[in-house]
Every structure is written in C-alpha cells, then in structure tokens.
Design a protein around this ligand. Structure first.
Ligand code: 13P
Ligand code: SF4
Length: 333
C-alpha cells in the first residue's frame, strides 16, 4: 500500500506523489480520466478532466492499454462497455451513485411492461443492466437533444432523475413523457430556499444550475418572474459550466452542483468569483477516490471493472445511440 498522502499542507509530498502517479501511468500505458467532482489533486494529475459524456468519449477513443477512471462505478462501467478490449480500473469499486441506485433492471422491466410501445431514455447515471434495457442514453449536456431526436408520437420513459426529467419535459414541450421518481441525494439537497436566499444576498450574480438539482425548478421560476434576469440563469452540465465560464461577463457566479466543480471553474476563469449555492453539497462516492487509492490502483492494477458480454453488447447500443446524437460534452484537459 502506498505510504504518503499528498497532504495539501505539504506541497513537496504532493509534488512527489503526482510524479509517482505520472510515472506509474506511463509504465502501465494507462490513461487517467477524472470527473469534475474529484478532489483537486486527482483532477490536476489526470490526463483528462471533464463531464460524464466527454469522459465516455475519451474512453472510447483512447490508445492506452488501461483506463483508470477516477469517478463513480457507472462511469467506469460505461468506459468498459465502450472499450471492451481495454482493462478498466477504478481506484475504489465501492464508489457508487445514489441516483444510479434509484432504479433497478427489474423495476425498469416492469415499467416497460406497462408501456410496451414506449422508448426508454436513461440518464448515464444507471447500471449497465439498466442501460441494456434502454433505447438511448443521455447525459445532462444532451438530454434535450436526445429526446428531441425521437419521433414525436412515441411515448418516452425517462429515468431515473426526476429533476432532469422535469427540465427535459419543459424544454421539449413533450406531453407523452413519463418520468421515474429517482434523485441524486447531493443535488436534491440543493434546495429552492438556499437558492432564493443566495440570489437575494448576491443580486448581481449569474446562476449556474445543474439540472439534477432540487432547486432547478425554482431557478426557472426566478427567471420567469424576472426576479433574476433570464440571461443570467444557466442550466448546465458540469462540462457546459466550464465552457460558459470562459465567456462569463459577470464577476460573480453562484454554482448549484457538487462542490468539486469549483476547482475546474476557478482554473478556467480565475477572474470570476465562483461561490457554491450549498457548500455542503459533497458526493461521498466521488470523494472515495483518494490519492492513496489512485496510487494503489496503478501499482496493483485494481479494482478491475467488468461487465458480462451480453449486457455490455446491449448497453453499448444505447450509449452509441447517444454519442451519435448529442453534443460532445466538455471539460478541462
Ligand atoms: P455530468 O454529466 O454533468 O458530468 O454530471 C454527472 C453527475 O454525476 C452529476 O451528479
Ligand atoms: Fe451520483 Fe449524485 Fe454523486 Fe453524481 S453527485 S455521482 S449523481 S450520487
């Protein structure tokens, strides 16, 4: 087991750790992918940092022998599905996702049986088994485009996130869409009251809202009632937040998503003052990927992520259908 943690208070130890990680990655011909919610040390040492869609694409196109996914389990599973011949590792296989856990394959099977002609659109925050029962996947950056690409007369079952589903329903104006009542415990906890209070305290700030948030409805309400000018309310995936930050005219932005996002935003637009709407919005699963876990993972080539071939083949179709429709996602590199 690796000995030292790159403590933030000890820059020399942090630098030595980062050098060991880069050396190990080179020896193993491994590419390190990190989600925008990872701790800063992991984001900074990764070859690519970005949102789920951008990282899926990187996984699909890499020449490396090993993909080390610093994120949560469903993301590493997607990488394995898209690159079945690569070895995919996650530094801690216990890094799950409360949203992915909110629908099981059996529950989706039963829901489909009630709507036999419907098409299933699943957010990528789902297990491989759920993706295998899905027609098209989506992420927060392309969910509206994905739903708009489907025939208007087809019923749609949208799962598992109720807030993203409500946002998609509103944006597409579609009535024949049924929404599963799942949620992410972190984003559901960013409330309308917190958002309202913060906008009152910071009347000149722009708002970046992840559509999984419990406050997403109220952000649109604030805009519709002209309590915050429409042009200052941005509903964005984590990758789109980075893109928006680089053309950001306001000097203050309130950010409603997991707090790991602030690190990338502050690097992308150092002159902008980014503040969390809820600074306790931390995903404990994302934070299981510690510096020691990443080093151990590269040294021992564990924890390996596998997906049974029949499930991977079916799930790949729904992921590839998404990739052929949606925008590329984004993030820093
Ligand atoms: P993004 O697709 O915006 O990266 O979000 C993934 C996620 O897990 C949000 O909680
Ligand atoms: Fe899952 Fe929520 Fe964590 Fe994202 S923030 S990985 S949706 S539990």
């Amino acid at each position: 087991m690796p000995s030292a943690t790159p403590a933030g208070s000890d820059p020399a130890a942090g630098k030595a750790w980062a050098e060991r990680i880069k050396e190990l990655a080179e020896q193993r011909n491994a590419v390190i992918l990190a989600h925008n919610y990872q701790i800063p040390e992991i984001q900074d040492v990764a070859h690519y940092t970005g949102d789920s869609l951008a990282l899926s694409r990187k996984a699909a196109e890499t020449d490396a022998n090993i993909i080390v996914f610093c994120g949560v389990h469903f993301m590493a599973e997607s990488a394995k599905i898209l690159s079945p011949n690569k070895k995919v590792l996650i530094p801690d296989e216990r890094a799950g996702c409360s949203l992915a856990d909110s629908i099981t394959a059996d529950e989706l099977r039963a829901w489909k049986a009630e709507h036999p002609d419907a098409l299933v659109v699943s957010y990528v925050n789902t297990t491989a088994e759920v993706k295998a029962l899905t027609d098209v996947c989506c992420t927060s950056s392309n969910a509206v485009d994905v739903v708009n690409s489907l025939p208007a007369d087809k019923e749609i079952l949208f799962c598992p996130d109720q807030f993203l589903g409500a946002y998609v329903k509103r944006e597409t104006g579609r009535e024949n869409i049924y929404i599963w009542a799942g949620e992410c415990h972190v984003h559901a906890g960013i409330s309308a009251q917190q958002l309202t209070q913060q906008t009152q305290d910071n009347p000149d700030a722009d708002l970046y809202i992840h559509p999984e948030c419990g406050c997403s409805n109220s952000a649109l309400y604030l805009a519709n009632e002209d309590l915050v000018p429409q042009e200052r309310v941005h509903m964005l995936s984590t990758g789109q937040m980075i893109t928006q930050s680089q053309k950001q005219p306001q000097n203050k932005v309130l950010v409603a998503t997991e707090t790991g996002m602030l690190h990338q935003l502050r690097q992308a637009a150092p002159d902008v003052d980014f503040q969390a709407v809820n600074d306790h919005a931390e995903c404990k699963y994302m934070k299981m990927i510690t510096p020691q876990a990443l080093e151990h993972c590269l040294m021992e080539e564990t924890d390996e992520v596998t997906v049974p071939e029949n499930i991977a083949n079916a799930a790949r179709k729904s992921l590839e259908a998404m990739i052929s429709i949606g925008n590329p996602g984004g993030g820093g590199e």
